[in-house]
Design a protein around this ligand. Structure first.
Ligand SMILES: [Zn+2]
Length: 562
């Protein structure tokens, strides 16, 4: 069954789609298992490369993962869309896709957290932040836990009439709830609560319980990891969770990965490190490169590109730690972005939110008119996600009403019929990013006869890509990208009479290094490396030469002594 992008696939359907795509493109796609989730589900990894031109590990690679946060299922569909579009466009002869799969690879994990997604997409859903492991406590906390109490398959809101309530029904539409003004009295007011039940209710006090499963896998990485008291959801220690471990191990074993996209919802933003510190502390050349890549993303998707520290903080005086993309850049030197897909307020026409880069500030405060705009948008574009306030006899709270918008398919994810329009441009950005890979190509592989069966061998390799063979300067600082080496393989009857078998030629710059030059040009050949050897061997012999290029992969060549 062909993949559809007007629905959200559960684990079984997603796996079936991936299996079908891989089976239809056996030379371009492979299914691996990255690791097992907390509940023992396989975390699927799709490796995309043209195996006829070499294995993925010899090629520069872009990493894409999605759905580390349980309810952010748009992200999985965006990753599936990338896989689908790469495979179909390769067959259609698309130049960029051919270049990317012939000379590079993509590692795509469409659902990094299958346990959490299984709960979110179940017929009686539960919404957890990320992992389904009980955390930080084993016992259920007293207070309100969100769940589908009336059994309609959705977790909505409960409203209870209360003279001290801070909400009221709008004159505009009785289904639309708006904030009570600070000095307002004499109306009908409501208390709004998530649909749910109260653990150990005493008949008077309602508190919002900390969810039983409040671990956040995207705070569990080693990037500046801090414990629970300083970072909500951090986990027991950096990489304590199996999903994070699987990712950490994969990166340690794949130094060919130069870039990464991690798909989330929501805000319509392309975020980059740092989360914990200012851009002043980032290597300047890396910052320029980050901005250049981010700008391609903005051009292709319309999403602004910003640093988390400067423009995406949940609290003006706090930072977040243990985030995947921070670890990737800070500790691995990989250019990594977190892409926040979809945004209901901007879809509803509230442009200042993103234009002014007030992604989070807007959540804290905005005019009532914005709430009405959002309500009208849902009523017009996703009426089936809007529920009128319906009387319900709550087992603990007595008579109340359940209603409001289904946040899962309005706030967290677009209504299904708008999914494809949201995610399609992301594939364009992913491919543009993949196309920035460092790429090794032989400029010269020459043998010159010097007499007496002695030959001078000259190997010159170019980095023809945009990024340097280390990808970032940070990778050089932290030592995760080894300098480029040119290596000679002699074979039978040949001996080395001058030079070392392996010659380190340093990191080869890409065109990214020329961006800081402005109008005055810097045409130096800092993208080129050269090695020479003297060899004694009979004429007509063939020698092997290999260039190992860190993030650029491995290039193999031959010299014929003639
Ligand atoms: Zn997220």
């Amino acid at each position: 069954m062909p993949a559809r992008f007007d629905t959200y696939y559960d684990n079984d359907d997603l796996s079936a789609q991936l299996a079908e795509l891989v089976a239809a493109h056996p030379t371009l796609a492979r299914r691996d298992v990255l690791g097992l989730s907390h509940e023992g589900r396989e975390i699927e990894l799709i490796v995309l490369t043209n195996t006829a031109t070499g294995p993925d590990t010899d090629k520069p690679a872009l990493w894409i993962d999605a759905n580390i946060h349980a309810t952010e299922v748009t992200a999985s569909m965006a990753a599936l869309y990338v896989i689908h579009s790469v495979l179909t466009r390769y067959g259609a002869g698309d130049d960029a896709v051919r270049r990317i799969l012939d000379t590079g690879a993509l590692y795509v994990v469409p659902r990094l957290n299958p346990d959490g997604a299984a709960l979110a997409l179940s017929a009686s859903p539960r919404h957890v932040r990320s992992s389904t492991r009980r955390y930080p406590y084993q016992d259920k906390q007293d207070g309100l836990h969100a769940e589908d109490v009336d059994g309609n398959g959705r977790i909505l809101q409960m409203r209870i009439q209360d003279p001290n309530g801070d909400w009221k029904a709008s004159d505009h539409d009785p289904r639309c709830m708006i904030k009570r003004a600070p000095d307002e009295h004499g109306g009908t007011y409501y208390r709004l609560l998530p649909e749910g039940t109260i653990h150990n209710y005493d008949g008077h006090l309602i508190k919002l319980a900390r969810p039983e499963q409040s671990l956040d896998l995207n705070r569990n990485f080693a990037g500046g990891w801090r414990p629970e008291g300083q970072q909500y959801g951090a986990g027991d220690y950096p990489g304590s969770e199996p999903e994070a471990q699987a990712v950490l191990r994969f990166f340690a074993a794949h130094d060919n990965i130069f870039g990464a996209l991690t798909y989330h919802t929501y805000s319509r933003a392309i975020l980059r490190p740092f989360s914990m510190k200012s851009d002043d502390e980032m290597d300047t050349a890396d910052k320029f490169t980050y901005e250049a890549i981010g700008q391609r993303g903005t051009d292709l998707t319309g999403y602004p590109n910003v640093s988390v520290y400067h423009h995406f903080r949940y609290h003006p005086k706090e930072v977040i730690s243990g985030v995947f993309d921070d670890w990737l850049y800070s500790d691995r030197g990989v250019f990594a972005f977190t892409v926040e897909l979809w945004d209901l307020p901007t879809a509803a026409g509230i442009e200042e939110k993103n234009k002014e880069k007030r992604f989070i500030e807007w959540m804290r405060f905005h005019p009532t008119a914005d709430d009405v705009k959002i309500f009208d948008w849902i009523a017009a574009n996703a009426p089936d996600q809007l529920h009128g306030w319906t009387p319900f006899e709550h087992p603990q709270l007595g008579p109340l009403e359940i209603g409001g918008a289904n946040g899962f398919l309005t706030w967290r994810n677009p209504p299904p019929h708008l999914l494809e329009a949201e995610i399609a441009p992301q594939a364009a950005f992913a491919l543009a990013f993949a196309d920035l890979a460092p790429r090794l190509a032989w400029r010269a592989l020459e043998a010159t006869a010097l007499g007496d069966d002695v030959w001078r061998i000259v190997a010159v390799v170019d980095n023809t890509g945009f990024l340097a063979t280390s990808a970032s300067q940070q990778a050089r600082k932290v030592g995760t990208a080894r300098p480029v080496r040119l290596e000679l393989q002699l074979g039978d009857g040949a001996t080395l009479v001058g030079g070392q078998p392996a010659v380190e030629v340093g990191h080869l710059e890409g065109r990214s290094s020329k961006m800081a030059g402005g109008w005055f040009s810097n045409g130096a050949t800092d993208h080129r490396g050269k090695a020479e050897w003297l060899v004694r061997a009979p004429a007509e012999a063939t020698l092997g030469v290999t260039a190992h290029g860190a993030r650029a992969g491995t290039l193999r060549g031959e010299v014929r002594l003639a």
